[in-house]
Design a protein around this ligand. Structure first.
Ligand code: TXA
Ligand code: MG
Length: 329
């Protein structure tokens, strides 16, 4: 929180506060919203003023476009062309943690600032009932990046959002509880012949591959490893970073390090958080960001992270951890 300023207003996400949130959005204010992946910082997608406010509040570079959240595939089709490939993935995973990069329609009702002037647009139909209710009440697309300061760890609870912003930046936080999945959506570009994975996320590569084969490439089987020119413009090398230094593939903690452990039989350091004592990658993904924030809150200087298997959601977890450990700008 910024000293001297008050934190944003946190409200239980009942019908009344959802109606207030819809009015605030219509008034170009920012509202933080729960989704099944992480909290989003929502703004009226059609309003340049609201979107400019959003970039300013996050401290986000304006070349980094936003995800438009809509109620259903029919609403998505108002913003963008949904090719057969996209339709198949949408049928399988919407509502849910899938973001599709699509060709933007010529007169799509969305601010150019939100798409950073690109001719494509990232669209997602979230499953969280509070976000669905808000989308229905508001009636239009809501752009929402993860509700954290740019480059910082994503927020998976209302209190974590409140720690990154003040009431002048964010008019209201709708509290929908802890995010069920805890890691961002999987982003897939379907503007080409074959779908391309731009960001590993809450839907594992294998689940996408079962619907339609993804283009493979890159050292880790993704296309994102050239982080100097990322395909999703926001995927810069250093991201998701806690204050503490992060050391990967650690088998134990050194003096002064806290341990971010995984699986049974993990060693114990003075400060240890085990992402999943049973070795469950879905559970580990759900706990990752809150664990990094909790270790920061305890003031640890460095975090040693045990190896996480690369399969299933491990790919998304390792992607976030690599960026958390990358040299800071
Ligand atoms: O789970 C999620 O996706 C969360 C929740 C709130 O929905 N949102 C989220 O947004 O993670 P954000 O802004 O933190 O990440 C969106 C990513 C950025 O890396 C951005 O560069 C990329 O999506 N992106 C947006 N539009 C794009 C486009 N047209 N082409 C390629 N990448 C795009
Ligand atoms: Mg983010």
């Amino acid at each position: 929180m910024i000293c001297g300023k008050s934190p944003p207003d946190i409200r239980n996400a009942q019908a009344q506060s959802i109606a207030v949130a819809a009015r605030l959005l219509a008034d170009d204010q920012l509202v933080a919203v729960p989704t099944e992946t992480v909290y989003g910082l929502g703004a009226n997608a059609q309003s340049g003023t609201a979107v400019a406010r959003l970039y300013a509040a996050k401290g986000r570079p304006r070349f980094n476009p936003l995800i438009a959240h809509v109620r259903d595939a029919a609403k998505a089709a108002e913003l963008a062309e949904l090719p057969e490939l996209g339709r198949r993935l949408a049928d399988a995973f919407w509502p849910g943690p899938l973001t599709l990069v699509l060709k933007r329609r010529d007169h799509a009702p969305i601010s150019d600032l939100a798409t950073a002037g690109l001719d494509t647009i990232a669209v997602r139909v979230p499953a969280h009932p509070v976000m669905q209710a808000l989308l229905s009440a508001f009636g239009h697309a809501i752009v929402a990046p993860s509700a954290n300061r740019s480059g910082h760890v994503s927020a998976t609870s209302a209190h974590e959002v409140a720690a990154d912003f003040d009431s002048e930046q964010v008019a209201m936080i709708l509290d929908g509880g802890a995010c069920r999945l805890g890691i961002e959506s999987t982003i897939i570009d379907v503007t080409g012949e074959q779908p391309r994975l731009l960001r590993p996320g809450a839907i594992a590569r294998q689940a996408i591959d079962a619907i339609t084969p993804l283009i493979h490439g890159g050292a880790h089987g993704t296309t994102l490893d050239d982080t100097s020119r990322p395909r999703a413009p926001g995927l810069l090398a250093s991201h998701y970073a806690p204050r503490a230094r992060v050391r990967l593939d650690a088998l134990d903690a050194r003096t002064g390090e806290a341990l971010l452990a995984f699986g049974p039989n993990a060693p114990h350091a003075a400060i240890t958080i085990n992402l999943s004592p049973t070795g469950d990658l879905v559970e580990a993904a759900a706990h990752l960001f809150s664990a990094l924030r909790r270790l920061d809150a305890q003031g640890v200087a460095a975090i040693a992270v045990m190896p996480i298997p690369q399969h299933g959601l491990g790919e998304a977890i390792n992607d976030r951890l690599r960026r958390a450990a990358a040299p800071r700008p």
